[in-house]
Design a protein around this ligand. Structure first.
Ligand code: NAD
Length: 263
């Protein structure tokens, strides 16, 4: 981790970038929400310490009832933690960027809805991996409120099915092996390529195609900032890397931005 002085300088530099940029894209991953009490996937104690990712491929969900039961078990556990979660300083700082008219959009891998809860408008948030807050029938596409489906699970249903057609219900999140949402993916490519500042917050940058967005931004001429506790495979492309806690870092960057805007 960088020394305090290096960290201070990096925060100052990023604040300067923000003040001078016009098309800022913030890209968030699970690390943006750990300070809200939602475990990420890859850190020690994260979801993949408890479950085997191999079990959650979309094709397995489609193929057999046992996999679907496992999926709903894991997904229920994750949903319970994200339902009671509140936005943390990362989300609040990004919401403030929008209020300051400094945000083109957020591209998020998160499925927790915390950017919207923090006050970002819905049209500014591109949910690349969908949302855990709703559920759809994979056959007729009827939408269900997540809480209503969770109620059935609480009452003992192991694999919920559609009331209309009997099709499989699945949360509106993108599993490994499942097609990416077309509109969101295209929009994310376009916005990242067109950005002049691209800020990654709390992502290991290993899940594709999401992890390609910072490279795409860089190829379009943007400055790239990576704020993440651990190193990422794309660090070599970054103009500034801050390996520190996302909440405190983002809050301090915003403090500097406020000061600079006042001056
Ligand atoms: P990841 O688990 O691969 O990586 C998270 C990264 O965040 C790690 O590199 C870690 O060092 C860093 N991190 C954790 N806490 C941090 C903190 N407080 N400050 C700074 N850095 C911190 O997550 P990912 O890159 O988002 O990719 C995994 C997938 O996980 C995504 O598809 C996402 O949809 C899904 N996911 C989402 C949630 C959520 O919605 N909150 C939770 C778990 C997983």
């Amino acid at each position: 981790m960088a020394g305090r002085r290096d960290m201070e300088e990096s925060i100052e530099t990023v604040a300067g970038f923000i003040v001078r940029s016009r098309r800022i894209v913030v890209f968030t991953g699970a690390g943006a929400s750990t300070e809200s009490g939602i475990a990420d996937f890859r850190s020690p104690g994260g979801i993949w310490d408890k479950y085997d990712p191999e079990d959650f491929y979309f094709q397995k969900f489609l193929a057999n009832e046992q996999s679907r039961e496992k999926y709903w078990h894991m997904s229920t556990e994750l949903y319970e933690s994200l339902k009671k979660a509140k936005p943390n300083p990362v989300h609040l700082a990004i919401a403030e960027l929008e209020k300051l008219d400094k945000l083109d959009c957020i591209i998020t891998q998160n499925i927790d809805g915390l950017h919207q809860k923090a006050g970002n408008s819905r049209e500014k948030v591109i949910e690349l991996h969908g949302t855990a807050l709703s559920v759809s029938c994979l056959s007729c596409m009827r939408k269900y409120d997540r809480d209503e489906v969770q109620d059935r699970i609480r009452k003992g249903v192991k694999v919920p099915r559609c009331d209309d057609c009997g099709g499989l219900l699945k949360p509106d999140t993108i599993s490994f092996g499942q097609a990416m949402p077309e509109r969101e993916t295209n929009e994310a490519y376009k916005r990242s390529l067109n950005s002049d500042l691209f800020i990654v917050v709390g992502s290991s940058l290993v899940v594709q195609p999401a992890a390609y967005m910072p490279i795409n931004a860089k190829q379009g001429g943007a400055k790239l900032v990576i704020i993440n506790r651990d190193p990422t495979p794309h660090d070599e492309y970054a103009d500034v890397i801050i390996n520190g806690p996302a909440g405190e870092t983002m809050a301090r960057i915003l403090e500097k931005v406020r000061d600079k805007i006042k001056d």
